[in-house]
Design a protein around this ligand. Structure first.
Ligand code: ZN
Length: 283
């Protein structure tokens, strides 16, 4: 007989497994005059944690002299280099056609595919995958034809917004705890969605190559470990069949778990207003 006490003690079977992915690689987002040294510090954080990530690179942001070598350092360290388009445009904009967007992704491919650790994953800017079925399916067909898969995000947040305020504050250390709390909230939100669908796959966390992660990435890694999460390499996460799923909802995109859940709750991107109130109070 299953008693209430047994139910209370029954372990929650979900394994909390998480993987790091980084987007954009906009050197200006680091807020450092010493771009090369800052890049090495970023890599050092991952090296010390023993974690391999997937770097979703915006081609057009990485054409300056010296950037090639900095991205080569990521590739040399074993991190995968993937496609985040050439010019980071919003595919849900009705003025943007499937043909134009595919051309932008193809242009980025000519750059990212030259790295030794290139992996054919495409991450849509702002996670916008098309507002109509025709546009969504145009890019799904493009990916299939070009041997690409979608570099889906399972845990989305506003690290980019936290980083903007962190820069405005002049790198104030007091941002550390609110930032860790933010990521914890976002991860728990996704964990709830995963639980509803009995998904146990490693969850890909979207972070950006920016000042707040340069400052606090070791704390982020340690914080999640202290909460019982286990970090795995991003390539291992993306190998899970979860990341082959193609949600049917429109507009297409946002976090994969949210889209698979049918978009019933507010998506994490809509948290911006709430987060901005927290951030304004910190300045
Ligand atoms: Zn981006």
């Amino acid at each position: 007989m299953i008693t209430r006490r047994h139910l209370l003690l029954a372990p929650v079977a979900r394994t909390r497994t998480i993987a790091l992915t980084f987007d954009d690689f906009n050197p200006a987002a680091l807020g450092s005059a010493e771009a090369k040294a800052a890049n090495l510090r970023f890599l050092g954080h991952l090296d010390r944690a023993g974690l391999e990530t997937t770097a979703f690179v915006v081609g057009g942001l990485n054409q300056e002299a010296g950037r090639r070598a900095e991205l080569e350092a990521w590739s040399h360290a074993g991190h995968r280099i993937a496609n985040h388009t050439w010019s980071h445009r919003n595919y849900n904009n009705p003025a943007m056609t499937g043909l134009e967007f595919a051309a932008d992704a193809a242009r980025a491919h000519t750059f990212v595919s030259t790295f030794r650790t290139f992996t054919p994953l495409l991450r849509f800017p702002m996670l916008k995958e098309g507002e109509t079925a025709a546009k969504r399916d145009h890019m799904r067909l493009w990916m299939r034809t070009e041997g690409y898969r979608n570099g889906h995000v399972a845990i989305d947040g506003c690290d980019w917004l936290y980083s903007q305020y962190f820069l405005r504050s002049g790198f104030a250390p007091k941002f550390r705890e609110p930032y860790l709390n933010h990521l914890e909230r976002m991860a728990n939100f996704s964990l709830g969605l995963a639980g509803r669908s009995a998904i146990e796959a490693p969850l890909t966390l979207l972070l950006h190559y920016n000042a707040i992660n340069l400052a606090f990435l070791p704390d982020v890694i340690a914080h999640f470990r202290s909460l019982g999460w286990r970090w795995v390499d991003a390539s291992r996460a993306f190998a899970d069949p979860l990341y082959e799923k193609e949600p049917s909802r429109l507009p297409a995109g946002e976090s994969l778990l949210w889209a698979l859940d049918g978009g019933r709750e507010r998506h994490q991107g809509e948290q911006d207003k709430v987060e901005e109130d927290i951030l304004r109070r910190l300045l």
